[in-house]
Design a protein around this ligand. Structure first.
Ligand SMILES: [Mg+2]
Ligand SMILES: [Zn+2]
Length: 181
């Protein structure tokens, strides 16, 4: 659905608990488990012309739990499994109290993606399993989907304001979003 100036809407999507199983401070490729429905959901978005952009807070880097290189190995593995279904990954390596602009719920990673890709923000969505994912989308003024995988069931009760949609998982989110658009 590229528009006349060549830009496309994006699905900004959280990594842990949304695309892949939640593992606290995932650092080993051996512990990576992509959800069985992830491929189908991303194919649905790509078929409809969305870019798929992963936004992930990885404070385990600043905490010294793992290196940027080990995180990169996980992203490389995800890319090798999902191929061109993911356009790019953006990560925040900082501590929660570092005051950076990239850590969700700040919108710095969305702004970085907009420097790299022509993105039609008006048709874009943020999907994730945590309150901060919903808040990131709300701060960017785009549609928001909370998925009930990962921390979703716990964070559902911690929301200050409701997301646009709540879905059991990424695949249901794709079906709901694509039926709205
Ligand atoms: Mg998550
Ligand atoms: Zn940051």
């Amino acid at each position: 659905m590229s528009n006349e100036n060549g830009s496309s809407p994006a699905i900004f999507v959280d990594r842990d608990g949304t695309l892949i199983e939640e593992v606290d401070h995932l650092s080993r490729v051996d512990d990576l488990k992509i959800f069985p429905f992830t491929r189908e959901a991303l194919e649905m978005f790509k078929d409809r012309g969305f870019r798929v952009i992963v936004l992930t807070n990885q404070s385990g880097i600043a905490r010294g739990y793992f290196t940027e290189g080990s995180m990169q190995a996980i992203h490389d593995k995800i890319k090798s499994e999902l191929g061109t279904l993911v356009d790019n990954f953006y990560f925040c390596p900082h501590l929660p109290d570092a005051g950076c602009s990239c850590r969700k719920p700040n919108v710095g990673m969305i702004e970085s993606a907009r420097e790299d890709f022509e993105i039609d923000l008006a048709g874009s969505w943020m999907i994730g399993d945590k309150r901060i994912d919903v808040e990131t989308g709300q701060n960017a003024g785009i549609g928001t989907a909370l998925v009930l995988t990962g921390y979703g069931k716990a964070d559902r009760n911690r929301l200050d304001s409701e997301p646009t949609i709540i879905a059991d998982d990424l695949l249901e989110a794709a079906k709901l979003i694509l039926s709205e658009n």
